[in-house]
Design a protein around this ligand. Structure first.
Ligand SMILES: [Zn+2]
Length: 488
C-alpha cells in the first residue's frame, strides 16, 4: 500500500510519489534549530516528527537524504553575542552541540547533512544575485536587499501557495524595524540586511555591501544546494508556514531554477503546535520545558519520545507531566513483553512468520502509518500484540517447565519470530530497549550467595538475602533459566 500524507500545498491528503523516476530516492528538508538557546519541548515535537517521517520512509524502502539546517546567524544570536562579548562561533557552537546531544537523547537519527548558514554565504549571495537579475529583488536606500512580492506576482507567480493571504493586511502585524522603512512595500522581506552598528563584527562582504543574510533565504539556498532546485519533502512546525515557508517558495521559485513544470517542493508537511499543561508554553507560567528540564525531573529521553509519538502530527497536543508518567507505565508494559520474548528466544534467530501475531502487527502498523501517519491506530495494534504475547507467555511458562527439548525449541523459534517483527516496528518508532540498570557488585555478590544458600538447602539464609536485596531496592525473580535481578 502506498503512503498518504497531508500536503499543505494541496490542502489535502495525497499519495506520496517521489520525483525520482525510479521512485526510490527521496530528498527531505526540515527547518532546523536557531542555535541561541536550548531547544524546548515544542521544538522537539517537530524534530521527533521529522524523524518518524524519515524512519517510516526508510521502512517503506525509500532511500532518504535528510537535511536539517542550523541557523547560526540571526537577530537573537547577534543580540546575545553582543551582550556576552564572545565570538559568534563560540556562542552558537555551544547550543549546536547541545542540540545534537538532545537529538541523540531522543533517539532521533542524525540527519545526513546539517549545513550551517554561516558556511553558505556564497550560495546565499548567488541566489540573491539571481533574484536581482530577474527584477524580483531590489537594493533599497538603507543598503539592504529586499524581495518584492509585487514584482514576483507580476511575473505570474503565486505568493500564498500554502496559505490564502489577504494582501491588504499582510505583515502589518509584524514588527517593522526602523531600518526596514526603506522597503518599497510593507509586504517585502529582507534577503540581505546591511550592516548596522549593533551587528558589531558580525558581517560578510557581498556585491550589495557588507551585511548578513535574512533568515528565509538561508533555507532556500541550502536546501536547493544539497537536494536540488526541486525536491520531495519539506517539513517544519505549522508556525513556519507563514511567512518563512511562503518566503522560501517565493525566493526559490522566483530564481527560476526548477525544471519546467516542477515546484520547489512537492510535499509540504507541517506538524501542529504543542501545549504544555493545557496552555501555550511560557516561562512566566512555569510550563516552559527544555528537554534538559525534563531529564532533571527524572524522566528519560525515551519517555519523552514515546509521549510525543502518541499524538497525530496534525493535532494540537497537550503535553503534561502526568502524560510522561503514563509513558513510563506504557513503556514498562512493552519492555516486559519484549523482555520475556527475548528470554524464551535465547540465541534463536527467526524472521517474522506469516500468520503470527507479529506478522499481523506489521500489517496493521504499516496500514495505519501509511494513512497519513495514524499513530493512534499503530499504538492500538502494538498493545494488542503485547496482550496476545503476554497470554502466550503464561501458557508457555508451564509448558516449558513440563515440556521437553523439542517443545522448548519450537517456542524459542516462535518467540524469535515475534521479536523480529517487533524490531521492524521499532526501527520506525525508535523507542528501543530500556537501558539495563547496572547491577552493583555488592548486589550481584548477594545474589550469588543466595544461589549458593539455596543449593545447600539453607532456605532461611536464602530468604534473608531476598529481604536484604529488597531493602536495597532489588528484587530477585526465579525463572526457568535461573534467578534474575530486577531493580524495584
Ligand atoms: Zn527554514
Amino acid at each position: 500500500m502506498g503512503l498518504k500524507l497531508f500536503n499543505t500545498l494541496a490542502r489535502s491528503v495525497q499519495e506520496f510519489a517521489p520525483l525520482d523516476p525510479a521512485q526510490k530516492k527521496v530528498g527531505m528538508y526540515c527547518c532546523g534549530p536557531t542555535v541561541y538557546d536550548f531547544a524546548h519541548i515544542g521544538n522537539w515535537r517537530t524534530f521527533v516528527f521529522a524523524d518518524l517521517v524519515r524512519r517510516y520512509l526508510e521502512f517503506k524502502n525509500f532511500q532518504v537524504t535528510h537535511v536539517m539546517n542550523i541557523t547560526d546567524i540571526e537577530d537573537k544570536i547577534i543580540k546575545r553575542v553582543r551582550e556576552l562579548k564572545i565570538p559568534l562561533r563560540d556562542f552558537t557552537g555551544k547550543y549546536e552541540t547541545a542540540f545534537l546531544e538532545d537529538l541523540k537523547t531522543l533517539n532521533c537519527l542524525s540527519p545526513h547533512q546539517t549545513p550551517r548558514a554561516t558556511e553558505h554565504i556564497p550560495e546565499i549571495i548567488s541566489l540573491i544575485e539571481k533574484l536581482i537579475a530577474r527584477g524580483i529583488a531590489y537594493k533599497a536606500s538603507d543598503g539592504s536587499v529586499y524581495f518584492s512580492i509585487e514584482k514576483y506576482r507580476g511575473c505570474g507567480c503565486n505568493y500564498g501557495q500554502l496559505l490564502k493571504l489577504n494582501f491588504d493586511e499582510m505583515r502589518t502585524g509584524e514588527r517593522v524595524k526602523s531600518d526596514e522603512y526603506a522597503k518599497e512595500s510593507i509586504a517585502d522581506f529582507a534577503l540581505w540586511k546591511s550592516r548596522v552598528p549593533d551587528d558589531g563584527e558580525i558581517f560578510w562582504p557581498s556585491p550589495f555591501g557588507e551585511g548578513r543574510p535574512g533568515w528565509h533565504i538561508e533555507c532556500s539556498a541550502m536546501s536547493m544546494k544539497i537536494l536540488g532546485a526541486s525536491f520531495d519533502l519539506h517539513l517544519g512546525g505549522e508556525d513556519l508556514i507563514f511567512p518563512h515557508h511562503e518566503d522560501e517558495i517565493a525566493q526559490s521559485e522566483g530564481a527560476g531554477l526548477q525544471p519546467a513544470g516542477q515546484p520547489f517542493v512537492k510535499y509540504w508537511i507541517h506538524g501542529a503546535h504543542l501545549l504544555v499543561e493545557g496552555k501555550k508554553m511560557s516561562k512566566s507560567l512555569g510550563n516552559f520545558f527544555t528537554l534538559r528540564d525534563l531529564l532533571a525531573k527524572g524522566f528519560t529521553g525515551r519517555e519523552v519520545r514515546y509521549l510525543l509519538l502518541t499524538a497525530h502530527y496534525r493535532e494540537t497536543f497537550n503535553f503534561t507531566l502526568e502524560g510522561l508518567a503514563g509513558a513510563k507505565t506504557a513503556l514498562a508494559r512493552i519492555d516486559e513483553c519484549v523482555g520475556k520474548l527475548r528470554e524464551i528466544a535465547g540465541n534463536t534467530a527467526a524472521e517474522p512468520e506469516p500468520g503470527s501475531w507479529g506478522w499481523r502487527l506489521l500489517d496493521k502498523f504499516s496500514l495505519a502509518l501509511s494513512d497519513d501517519l495514524n499513530v493512534s491506530r499503530a499504538w492500538a495494534a502494538i498493545f494488542e500484540w503485547v496482550r496476545d504475547n503476554n497470554l502466550f507467555y503464561h501458557v508457555l511458562q508451564d509448558e516449558q517447565i513440563r515440556g521437553g527439548d523439542t517443545m522448548r525449541t519450537a517456542f524459542a523459534v516462535k518467540a524469535a519470530a515475534e521479536i523480529a517483527a517487533w524490531n521492524k516496528i521499532d526501527s520506525v518508532l525508535g523507542i528501543g530497549k530500556k537501558a539495563e540498570a547496572e547491577i552493583p557488585a555488592e548486589i550481584s555478590a548477594l545474589a550469588e550467595e543466595r544461589i549458593a544458600a539455596k543449593k545447600s538447602k539453607d532456605f532461611k539464609r536464602a530468604d534473608a538475602i531476598r529481604d536484604e536485596l529488597k531493602l536495597k531496592g532489588w528484587t530477585i525473580e526465579d525463572t526457568p533459566k535461573g534467578a534474575r535481578l530486577k531493580k524495584l
